[in-house]
Design a protein around this ligand. Structure first.
Ligand code: GLN
Length: 408
């Protein structure tokens, strides 16, 4: 079943990896920072490496210091006390946490509802575990003057029709990669009604929960009435502390979801890398006192605005993101020579793959083609967009903005 559909084709991150692009290309493609984690967090990693226990296996649930830090940090936002033994699980990045949930719960042919565009990893993670993705597009109602990520809407009749008796799980990603949409309470409440009616498990991928702009509110799906018992919420130290290579994440949910997922993760990775769990724990322990997340959020909003002002100068349309660190630019008008030397790796893919390749090579700024975040049937919606990441320092974003003027 690994050979089904797109699962074995080359992933978009490898195609647009910096090694395949000109050396001086500015990377606004794959979403990782060009600045280090905070020093007080990496200092904790250095300290951990000097101790013997932190260089050895952790408990498969995660190191107790990190589970305790997760408990203390998140209890307020979940409005409940969290049990470090049964309701928190440390994973090797958000990705492995999600994979382990699928391994624990999916049986052959179970359907998994996901909104398009979807973070590309969901697709193979579901199919490798025998599940069948069912796609429900977010529709871009972006014809207005200043569209935002909130103009990408769910058609709730379409969602209801997509849920068959085989549906087992629904994935909700808020703030959303790649749209930047922060789902409203009303939207989430409508999804909650369907989750209840069709008895669905819910994977709330909230890895960008610390990046919400313009005073918008992030609503935790698990906090909606009746949803705690069916929801697992996914977190990422990579996003929280600018440390995407650490591969540290955590899941929060009821014992009925965390316990089977623990059994899966124990057999997939056994445990997560130990010293960096200590560092992530230090991050959560000190974040409040240092006002870290409020400051970081403002920094990201400023970075976003630098990029958006650059797009304004070129006169190209985008959906202003309310969260995450991505922005979708409408590249449907960007022209390129048909005989441009495109690589074999993008043969047969959407027009946006060519646009992104062309912009990276001729303008010197990389981005990610958005059709990769759609199923083949709906790929046409994504082909109009390129995703630009703004998790970069301000000078880099300004320089990217100067270069993008070349698209005018
Ligand atoms: N989450 C990051 C992004 O969307 C990186 C994903 C990956 O490389 N697998 O850019």
């Amino acid at each position: 079943r690994l050979y089904e559909g797109r699962a074995l084709s080359l992933d978009v991150w490898s195609i647009y990896n910096a090694v395949n692009l000109p050396a001086d290309c500015i990377n606004l493609g794959q979403g990782y920072m060009n600045f280090p984690p905070p020093k007080w967090v990496t200092d904790a990693a250095d300290e951990a490496l000097k101790t013997t226990p932190a260089n050895h296996y952790s408990h498969p649930k995660g190191r107790i210091r990190l589970r305790q830090a997760v408990k203390n940090f998140y209890e307020a936002s979940f409005n409940r006390s969290l049990d470090v033994e049964t309701e928190i699980l440390v994973t090797s990045g958000a990705n492995e946490g999600q994979y382990s949930v699928f391994t624990a719960f999916l049986e052959q042919g179970d359907e998994v509802i996901m909104f398009e565009p979807f973070f590309d990893q969901y697709l193979p993670s579901v199919t490798f575990n025998g599940g069948k993705p069912v796609y429900v597009p977010l529709h871009p109602h972006t014809q207005g003057e200043k569209p935002t990520s909130n103009d990408w809407k769910i058609d709730f009749d379409e969602l209801r029709r997509a849920i068959t008796p085989k549906a087992k799980l629904i994935i909700i990603n808020t703030p959303h990669n790649p749209v930047g949409k922060v789902f409203t309470k009303e939207e989430l409440e409508q999804i909650a009604v369907l989750a209840e009616e069709f008895n669905l498990l819910v994977m709330a991928d909230e890895v960008y929960d610390c990046l919400v702009f313009d005073g918008k509110e992030h609503v935790r799906f698990a906090n909606l009435p009746g949803m705690w018992d069916r929801t697992v919420t996914v977190f990422s130290a990579g996003k929280a502390f600018a440390a995407t290579g650490w591969r540290i994440g955590w899941l929060i949910g009821p014992p009925s979801i965390i316990q089977p997922t623990l059994a899966a993760t124990t057999r997939i990775v056994f445990c997560t890398n130990s010293p960096l769990q200590e560092a992530a724990a230090a991050g959560l322990e000190q974040a409040r006192e240092r006002g870290f997340f409020a400051t970081q959020n403002q920094e990201y909003q400023d970075r976003r605005d630098i990029l958006l002002r650059a797009f304004d100068r070129i006169g190209m349309k985008y959906s202003q993101p309310e969260g995450s660190y991505f922005v979708l630019l409408d590249v449907s008008g960007v022209q390129f020579p048909e005989d441009y030397p495109f690589p074999k790796t993008i043969d047969g893919r959407g027009r946006d793959f060519k646009v992104c390749w062309f912009i990276a090579n001729e303008i010197g700024v990389s981005s990610i083609p958005v059709s990769e975040f759609y199923c083949d049937e709906h790929r046409g919606i994504g082909e109009s967009y390129a995703r630009f990441a703004f998790c970069k320092d301000e000078d880099t974003l300004r320089m990217a903005g100067e270069r993008l003027l070349g698209l005018k």
